[in-house]
Design a protein around this ligand. Structure first.
Ligand SMILES: Nc1nc2c(ncn2[C@@H]2O[C@H](COP(=O)(O)OP(=O)(O)OP(=O)(O)O)[C@@H](O)[C@H]2O)c(=O)[nH]1
Ligand SMILES: [Mg+2]
Length: 437
């Protein structure tokens, strides 16, 4: 069975359980990613290593702000305008004539901004502590390198104080297929970088190690630095002899452009010759994580079924009261409120409450594209009511199971045991397929 088949299998498995709705969607997204063959590569590393400078150099234009102090405070995804137009028709008017940018905010809204104004949203100095609430920026350009479905991502420096303000580099590494990990000759590998690499190696299908600022050292110093990095990376990534031999460190000067061509050439070549393999590894690793998390979530659901009736009844009542109160508020919302954002906030509140009362991770899918659209009050009321109804019916279904005879509860627990067993089986299959150590 290949990774796509396993992903579809997982999706089918999740679809049989109302509690696994989110996982079903995630598996669907992963399967779509594999089918679309669109690949995401994130540039990651500690602050000031020159990540943004490298991206500008690759794009052949100073589109993104760089600086001597920690700068990048928001994730920026960069895609080829024509590729993006294929998947999201209508959002790229005028893109062919240059670059266009869209800022997505944490409340779910978004705004098109001139590329020349991007620094107001991305740079820490102008968007201090992310007071503008930027979640992510999308930049569409006509850079040749991105053609054919490659998304390049700039991230805030690992370990910088600004990392916490937006989605962290680690979160983003989870969503990427490949990582360009940036080191620079002016400072040795530190503990933050080591810890980060140890964790992130479980998520990305492919790593490129770039050693930046080589214009600052002579050849001997560079050799020494590369040797030092090489032995450290072999250890951190737990590479076997063969992998260690294949490990390439790419010396570059992002500022001068030295070595940048070699790096992009290597990536292009990889995507051409082993793009599918990289995607499968990336998707397989992500599916493994979903399966592992879901197993623990299902186990907590099983615990709810086993909860003492008086404790469960008390919490059930509290949840029902909360839902009742929230419903009462729908009509009192002022006209002109950002209703989309309000809807997202409400979902976040419910997620928190369910976790607190029942120890269950009950997620809602927040659709970014939808979030950008305006919403009228009737539509808002209908959607919110649907959200409440659905949660209520899930909670009620647990309630009913608990109310039923011991036999029904035992049956339900048995179903969950089977689900857990099937997930274990899929997990082992993927581990075999990817030869995960
Ligand atoms: N000498 C030299 N300086 C460089 C090179 N690349 C980047 N720099 C400088 O290093 C500093 C940091 O560059 P950025 O590209 O902002 O670094 P970053 O990794 O994106 O930093 P954060 O976004 O804050 O994490 C800037 O002053 C750059 O001009 C290089 O190849 N050589
Ligand atoms: Mg930067």
């Amino acid at each position: 069975m290949n990774i796509l088949e396993t992903t579809i299998k997982a999706q089918e498995l999740f679809s049989g359980f109302e509690l696994c709705r989110l996982q079903e969607q995630e598996a669907q997204v992963l399967a779509d990613r594999l089918r679309s063959r669109k690949i995401t590569i994130a540039v990651i590393g500690q602050f000031k290593r020159g990540k943004t400078t490298l991206i500008n150099s690759i794009l052949g234009s100073k589109l993104l702000p760089v600086g001597i102090v920690p700068i990048t405070a928001a994730i920026t995804r960069i895609e080829h305008a024509a590729d993006a137009a294929q998947t999201a028709a209508g959002t790229t008017d005028g893109a062919q004539t240059g670059a266009t940018a869209t800022v997505f905010f944490t409340n779910g809204l978004s705004e098109q901004v001139p590329v020349s104004d991007l620094h107001e949203y991305i740079s820490e100095q102008e968007n201090h502590d992310n007071e503008r609430g930027v979640a992510e920026v999308e930049l569409l350009t006509d850079a040749e390198f991105l053609k054919g479905g490659l998304t390049l991502v700039d991230t805030p420096g690992v370990g910088s104080v600004h990392e916490q303000n937006s989605k962290s580099a680690m979160d983003f590494a989870r969503e990427s297929d490949g990582v360009i990990f940036m080191l620079s000759v002016d400072s040795p590998l530190n503990q933050i970088e080591v810890d980060f690499l140890r964790k992130v190696r479980r998520f990305a299908g492919k790593f490129y190690f770039a050693v930046n600022k080589i214009d600052r050292v002579d050849e001997d110093e560079l050799e020494e630095y590369l040797e030092y990095c090489r032995s450290l990376i072999v250890g951190i990534m737990e590479l076997d002899d063969e992998e260690a031999k294949a490990l390439r460190l790419l010396p570059i000067s992002a500022r001068k452009g030295t070595g940048v061509g070699e790096l992009t050439e290597l990536i292009r070549e990889d995507l051409l010759t082993r793009g599918t393999e990289i995607m499968e590894r990336s998707v397989g690793l992500k599916l493994l994580e979903i399966l592992n998390n879901t197993r623990s979530q299902i186990s907590s659901y099983r615990e709810v079924l086993k909860m003492a009736p008086n404790v469960f009844n008390r919490r059930f009542k509290e949840m029902s009261l909360l839902l009742h109160d929230q419903r009462e508020q729908i009509d009192s919302l002022e006209e002109g409120t950002y209703l989309r954002a309000r809807l997202n906030e409400e979902k976040a509140l419910l997620t928190r409450k369910v976790r607190e009362l029942f120890g269950i991770e009950y997620y809602y899918y927040v659709d970014r594209e939808d979030a950008a659209e305006l919403m009228d009050r009737d539509e808002f009321a209908a959607e919110l009511t649907a959200v409440y109804d659905e949660l209520e019916s899930t909670i009620n279904s647990i309630f009913m199971y608990k109310e039923e005879n011991a036999y029904a509860v035992a049956r339900r627990i048995e179903d969950l045991n089977i689900l857990i067993h099937d997930m274990r089986k899929l997990t082992r299959q993927i581990e075999r397929e990817l030869a995960v150590k």
